[in-house]
Design a protein around this ligand. Sequence first.
Ligand SMILES: Nc1nc2c(ncn2[C@@H]2O[C@H](COP(=O)(O)OP(=O)(O)OP(=O)(O)O)[C@@H](O)[C@H]2O)c(=O)[nH]1
Ligand SMILES: [Mg+2]
Length: 535
Amino acid sequence: MKKNQLRLLERLAGKKSHRDLIISPEIARTLCELSFQINRQIGLLIHRSGQIEMVIVGTFSGLMIPQLNAIRTAGGRLRGLRLVHTHPGGEDISDDDLMDLLFLRLDLLSVLKITADGLPERLYSVHLLPADTAGRGWTFLPPVHPANQKESFEDLINALEGEFTRLQRARTIERREDRAILVSVSAEAKIVAEESLGELVELARSDNIEVLHTVLQRQRHLNPRLIVGKGKLAEIMIRALQLDANLLIFDQELNPSQIRSITDFTDLRVIDRTQLILDIFAHRAMSREGKLQVEMAQLKYMLPRLSTRDDALSRLTGGIGARGPGETRLEIDRRRISDRLARLSGELKAIASERYRRRSKRRKKDLPVISLVGYTNAGKSTLLNTLTHSDIVAEDKLFATLDPTSRRLRFPTEMEVIITDTVGFIRHLPDTLLQAFKATLEELQEADLLVHVIDLSNPAYREQMAVVDKLLNELELGDIPCLRVFNKIDKAPYPVQARAEAEKEGVVISAIDPGTLAPFLERAERMMGKALAPM
Ligand SMILES: Nc1nc2c(ncn2[C@@H]2O[C@H](COP(=O)(O)OP(=O)(O)OP(=O)(O)O)[C@@H](O)[C@H]2O)c(=O)[nH]1
Ligand SMILES: [Mg+2]
């Protein structure tokens, strides 16, 4: 580039364009002339006030827009910046341009086409819409010659911002909650993917997150970098903007580089299923042990993700300072986390041995133990409450119970047992969580009888049973006698069939109705008797 060209460019950077026009005709002309001479795209980022914030020189066919975080915004839903750039190649708005508009939430994006003698030919513009029309979240303005702009740009932007705000205000009654779009990208069968996404919705609700929209994308091959294709991601971003979402939750576990590349495109917080479950656990844990276990799981999840040098991480962790000069800060954090993990593991061991001591005491009294296990929300706590007239927390939320609770139970025949309630299982249970809760779950090995509670009213109850059976095996509990209890018969869609089916494998109850529990008590007692009989 020649010196005088460079000087012209530099001078552009200090200029102010007309605030009521997309671009001043004189500036458009200079831009076209220069772009024509150097045969590269040139772009201007113009603030809503008209101030030119940045001049970007690209290649013949492309323009790299740097991170915009540092540039002041105009305080609205849109970014307060418009991009006007030349296309020396002569094409109008391209797909890449559209992506920039969407991902950067620009006020507007324009392309200046250049004539054969290097003058402005037409200005092509596109902007986002507050609500989809004809299935699209953006619209094109009629092309005009820059010297012939009739419409007020300021009026256009004010109207757009006004509409965004109005729609959002109408939608937003309660603003304290997180507002999320849930995304599943899966190669699994449709029904499996749907069930899993449905469960993700329940998980989000259980964590007090408002679910605004769900996206199910089935793909045979997952995009390794972004998981979803770029076009799909763009669509999601528009929805997020229109619905005023602040959180994106993926049903699939995201690896560090995926989180990073997705957050490169958006300022939404991005988390995955595992983090959501960890978050629920973090909110629910009551006992000291539970809290330590959850913290351990969270740190373990975070550790491998610390190697990404990206502020995505600080969004991911909501606090841990990830960015520093070079790797130094990260290294320290990493070490600090390792230290903390070591301390946690020590404390947890101490608690476990204390529990072991208590347990041996209980053993001396020789009360047999029944442990309730099962998928989350199956009705374990409800059953324990009904059986023992207690009122431990049982609610229609996933993972209502985290801390194990024990109660005494007297059978009709006077046999006395201890009955314990445990944390529920779920498909894709994060491994870090399973590891962290292993100590508590190992207590299940002391059980004389496992009672596997199943929610018969859930269409996916067969899969849920399989998930629980698999986890029980993994925890080496497969050898303990197990009674299947099919619960919620009152709510089952086809009760007669369901009952016939279930009674082949276990007993059928409705935990909210004490009158239905007799077959369960009888069978449990018989199995206990057998289990306790001397060999
Ligand atoms: N209709 C009906 N609802 C039930 C029955 N048993 C439990 N529920 C409801 O199902 C929901 C979950 O019950 P919980 O007892 O909390 O389930 P849980 O297995 O302890 O769940 P987590 O602790 O989250 O793993 C609650 O809203 C219960 O009222 C039943 O037999 N019939
Ligand atoms: Mg429970």
